[in-house]
Design a protein around this ligand. Structure first.
Ligand code: FE2
Length: 251
C-alpha cells in the first residue's frame, strides 16, 4: 500500500504579505505539520507555489521545510509558477522541455503523468507526448495537472480561468481505454466529476476557498485542505479523501 498526499495552491507570500488577512507562511507551516502525521510515501504539489508569480526566495523557504519532511515530493506547475525557474530551485525535478515541466513516473506500478498547464493550455508537443505515452500504459494511469481538463460547475472559475484547450485534453484522456484519475487544483474548491472512465478530483487550496455558486469572485472560507490518496498494489484501486486544516486569519 502506498500513501500519497496531494497539496495544491500554496500561494505562499513573503513574510509581510497578509492578503485577505491570511498569514500564508503560517498556513504553509501548519499544513506541512498536519501532513507529517500521516506516514506518507510521497507528496505531490499541484502548483501555484507563490502568492503572485514565481519568487526564488519564497520557493527556497518552502524547499527547506519540504526537504525537512524527509519524504520524496514532486511538483507540477500552475499558472502562478514559472516552470523553468521552479525547476532551478527544486533541482531534483526533471529538466523542462521547451519551457514546459512535464514528465512521467511510476509508483506501485501505476503510471503518473505530471502535466504543465502553467500557460493556461498545453503545447502541441506536450499533448502529443501524452497521447503517445497513454497508449503504452499497462495499468490505470493517474494524471496530475494544475487546471482541471473540463468545466467543473464553478461559475467564477469556469468563466474566467478554465483550461483553454480542455476539450482537446479531455479527448486525449477519453481516448485512453483505461480508467484515469486526474488530480487538480487551481479552482480553490472541493469537487469531483466523473465522465465515462475519467474521474477529475479537484482539491481545495492552502490559501482561501472560492464560493462555488457565484459568478463574481467571493470567498467561501479560509480553511486549508489536502487530499490523502491510497494506492493498493495489484488492485487497480485509487481511494482518496480531502482533509481540512484551520487557516490562519489575522483578527
Ligand atoms: Fe491556479
Amino acid at each position: 500500500m502506498m500513501k500519497i498526499c496531494f497539496l495544491t495552491d500554496l500561494h505562499t507570500g513573503n513574510p509581510d504579505d497578509k492578503p485577505f488577512d491570511i498569514d500564508l507562511r503560517q498556513n504553509f507551516l501548519d499544513v506541512i505539520k498536519a501532513i507529517a502525521a500521516y506516514n506518507l510515501d510521497l507528496l505531490i504539489i499541484g502548483g501555484d507555489l507563490c502568492l503572485l508569480g514565481h519568487e526564488d526566495g519564497i520557493c527556497q523557504w518552502q524547499k527547506i521545510h519540504l526537504d525537512a519532511l524527509g519524504i520524496p515530493y514532486l511538483i507540477t506547475a500552475g499558472n502562478h509558477d514559472d516552470p523553468v525557474q521552479l525547476q532551478r530551485v527544486f533541482d531534483e525535478l526533471p529538466t523542462p522541455i521547451s519551457g514546459e515541466l512535464y514528465y512521467q513516473k511510476n509508483f506501485q506500478s501505476r503510471p503518473f503523468f505530471f502535466l504543465d498547464t502553467s500557460q493556461g493550455k498545453m503545447s502541441k508537443n506536450q499533448k502529443q507526448w501524452l497521447r503517445d505515452h497513454l497508449v503504452t500504459v499497462t495499468s490505470d494511469p493517474i494524471i496530475v495537472m494544475h487546471h482541471p481538463p473540463m468545466l467543473m460547475g464553478v461559475p467564477h472559475m469556469d468563466q474566467n480561468h478554465a483550461l483553454q484547450d480542455r476539450d482537446e485534453v479531455l479527448r486525449i484522456l477519453l481516448d485512453c481505454s483505461r480508467h484515469i484519475d486526474v488530480l487538480c487544483g487551481h479552482y480553490h474548491v472541493e469537487k469531483m466529476i466523473r465522465m465515462q472512465h475519467v474521474t477529475v478530483h479537484v482539491t481545495p487550496s492552502c490559501y482561501l476557498q472560492i464560493d462555488a455558486s457565484q459568478v463574481d469572485f467571493a470567498v467561501d472560507h479560509k480553511n486549508m485542505a489536502f487530499r490523502l490518496i491510497t494506492l493498493v498494489p495489484d488492485e487497480q484501486r485509487f481511494a482518496s479523501e480531502v482533509r481540512y486544516v484551520p487557516g490562519n486569519e489575522i483578527r
